[in-house]
Design a binder for this molecule. Structure first.
Ligand SMILES: [Cu+2]
Length: 122
């Protein structure tokens, strides 16, 4: 947890001292219902070095991963979780959802891509 905040504060300090045009904060929502997000939330477009403030909710407990950035956040049902990070790497990366609710037949190794973050070069 403290590491995450240090990273965030580092990002904000970075924002303050870099050119304003190259750095902004982006707010995004992921409202998960039965392991899925609404269509309007499935593509998050940002620019490199933007600070992303993601608010996540889910009807079922689980973990949200952004493997490309080595990020993971636990989400309890009915409690909002927050993930803040700087989009330092360009490309298209999936947010994966690992539900804690046991899937009936599907093997646990196959995780769902909830949304894509598309990080554009500046
Ligand atoms: Cu994962």
């Amino acid at each position: 947890m403290s590491f995450m905040y240090q990273t965030l504060i580092g990002s904000m300090v970075y924002c303050l001292f870099s050119s304003v045009a190259l750095c902004k904060e982006v707010n995004a929502l992921l409202e998960i219902t039965k392991g899925q997000t609404p269509m309007s939330q499935q593509m998050i477009k940002v620019n490199k070095n933007d600070v992303v403030h993601l608010v996540i909710s889910s009807d079922e407990p689980g973990d949200l991963h952004l493997h490309a950035y080595h990020l993971s956040v636990h989400v309890d049902s009915k409690i909002k979780s927050v993930l803040d990070f700087k989009a330092f790497a360009t490309g298209r990366f999936p947010f994966e959802w690992h539900s804690e609710v046991k899937p009936s037949a599907a093997p646990k190794a196959h995780h769902k891509a909830l949304a894509i973050i598309d990080v554009f070069p500046n």
